[in-house]
Design a protein around this ligand. Structure first.
Ligand code: ARG
Length: 400
C-alpha cells in the first residue's frame, strides 16, 4: 500500500504539477494542505482543483489570526526588518505553514511532507528547518528542487497530465503574498537597472496618482500591539487589513530591495507592504518616546539579530524564544498613540503621546517653565571632558 504525503498547496502551477509528480515518482497518495494567511482568494476553488488533479484529500486551514497574533505581532514588537528594508512577510509565513504541515501529517498518519519551494531560495530552508525542529522524523520532499524542469517543461508536463494551466499569459513575476505583504520577483525585475513597471503593484497606488490631500491616521498601541485606529478598537486581522487599505491608496509601502539570500545569492525583490511599513514606523516612534536611550540602542541590535533569524529560517529555535522574551519585556510601557500623515508615498510621524512618555516638557522647553538647571552643565562638562583634557596634557600633539 502506498504511503501518504501532505503537500503544502497554493493552487498554482508548480504545486499542481507536484501532486501528479509525487504520485508518479514516489508512488505517494497526496493530501493537499492550503493555508490561508491572507493569500488565498477562493479556497473552495483551490480545493476542487487539488482533487481534480489527483489529490486523495484536499484540506484548507484558515490561519490568518494565528499568523498575525503569533508571528507578525511578535516581529512588529521586535521591529524586525531584514537589512533595514524588508518587513519579512514571506519569511514569517513559512514557519506557520511548516507547523501546519507537521500537525496535518500527524493527524493523517503521513510520514512525508512536501512543498513547492525551489532549490535556490530561502523558503526551502525555512520550511525544511522548521519541520526538522518540530518533527525530525518526517521526511521532506521538495519536488521543484528535484525535478529540474524549466518553466516550459513544467507547462508541458501539466498539459500532458491534464492539469489546468491558466489560459491567460502567465504572470511574468513570481509572487508570494500574505496579510503582512507581497513579494514580487523575476521577469524584468531581474535587471537591477529596470524601474519596477506599474503592473507589479497591486496594493499600492503610484504616488503620481494618489490623492492631492494628505490623510491622517491615529494608531493606539497597548504593550507594543496595535489595538485601535482613529479611536476604534479592532481585532488584529481587521486592524492590519484596515491599515493596509487606508495607506495603500496613498502609495505608501513600496520597497525595492537588493537583498542577501541565505544561500549566498544576491536577489532583487520588490515588496508591497503598506500595513507593515506604517505599523513598524509608528511602533518605533512610540518606542522612541517611552524607552531610554540605552534600551533603544540595545533593542536595535536585538532587532537586527531577530530579523536575521526570521529570514534565515530559525523561528523554531531556543534563540528565538530567548530574543522574544527580551522583546516582550521591553514592551511593558509601549502604550500610547501615534499620529501618522500619509501623502504621496510617504508616511510621516506627526504626533505621539503616551502616559509613559519619558519626554519631559519642562526639561526640553526653551520657554517659560524651564526646569533644567543650566548651571549644572558646567560641572557635567568638566567631568565629561576630563579624559580629553588629560590626553591633550600628556600627549601634547593635538589630535586631528
Ligand atoms: N525574498 C523574500 C524572502 O526570501 C521573498 C521570497 C519569495 N518571493 C517570491 N516572489 N516568490 O523572504
Amino acid at each position: 500500500m502506498s504511503e501518504k504525503v501532505v503537500l503544502a498547496y497554493s493552487g498554482g502551477l508548480d504545486t499542481s504539477v507536484a501532486i501528479k509528480w509525487l504520485a508518479e515518482k514516489y508512488n505517494l497518495k497526496v493530501i493537499t494542505l492550503t493555508v490561508d494567511i491572507g493569500n488565498v482568494p477562493d479556497l473552495e476553488a483551490i480545493r476542487q482543483k487539488a482533487l481534480k488533479v489527483g489529490a486523495i484529500k484536499a484540506l484548507v486551514v484558515e490561519a490568518k489570526e494565528t499568523f498575525i497574533k503569533s508571528f507578525v505581532f511578535p516581529a512588529l514588537q521586535a521591529d524586525a526588518i531584514y537589512e533595514g528594508q524588508y518587513p519579512l512577510a514571506t519569511a514569517l509565513g513559512r514557519p506557520l505553514i511548516a507547523r501546519l504541515l507537521v500537525e496535518t501529517a500527524k493527524k493523517e498518519k503521513a510520514r512525508v511532507v512536501a512543498h513547492g519551494c525551489t532549490g535556490k531560495g530561502n523558503d526551502q530552508v525555512r520550511i525544511d528547518v522548521s519541520v526538522a525542529a518540530l518533527a525530525p522524523e518526517l521526511k521532506v520532499i521538495a519536488p521543484a528542487r528535484e525535478w529540474k524542469m524549466t518553466r516550459e517543461q513544467t507547462i508541458k508536463y501539466a498539459q500532458s497530465h491534464k492539469i489546468p494551466v491558466p489560459i491567460t499569459k502567465a504572470s511574468p513575476y513570481s509572487i508570494d503574498e500574505n496579510l503582512w505583504g507581497r513579494s514580487i520577483e523575476c521577469g524584468v525585475l531581474e535587471d537591477t537597472w529596470n524601474e519596477p513597471p506599474e503592473d507589479v503593484f497591486l496594493w499600492t497606488k503610484s504616488p503620481e496618482k494618489t490623492p492631492a490631500r494628505p490623510a491622517y491616521l491615529e494608531i493606539d498601541f497597548n504593550k507594543g500591539i496595535p489595538v485601535s485606529l482613529d479611536g476604534r478598537k479592532l481585532e488584529p486581522v481587521a486592524l492590519v487589513q484596515k491599515v493596509h487599505s487606508l495607506t495603500g491608496k496613498h502609495g505608501v509601502g513600496r520597497i525595492d530591495h537588493v537583498e542577501n539570500r541565505l544561500v549566498g545569492i544576491k536577489s532583487r525583490e520588490i515588496y508591497e507592504a503598506p500595513a507593515a511599513v506604517v505599523l513598524l514606523k509608528a511602533h518605533q516612534a512610540l518606542e522612541d518616546l517611552v524607552l531610554t536611550k540605552g534600551q533603544l540602542r540595545f533593542k536595535a541590535r536585538v532587532a537586527a539579530e531577530y530579523a536575521d533569524l526570521i529570514y534565515n529560517g530559525l523561528w523554531f529555535t531556543g534563540m528565538r524564544q530567548d530574543l522574544a522574551a527580551y522583546v516582550e519585556s521591553t514592551q511593558r510601557y509601549v502604550t500610547g498613540t501615534i499620529r501618522v500623515k500619509l501623502f504621496k508615498g510617504n508616511c510621516q510621524i506627526v504626533g505621539r503621546k503616551s502616559p509613559y512618555s519619558l519626554y519631559d516638557y519642562s526639561l526640553a522647553t526653551y520657554d517659560k517653565g524651564d526646569a533644567f538647571d543650566q548651571s549644572a552643565s558646567l560641572g557635567f562638562i568638566h567631568i565629561w571632558g576630563l579624559p580629553v583634557r588629560t590626553q591633550t596634557r600628556v600627549q601634547p600633539e593635538p589630535p586631528e
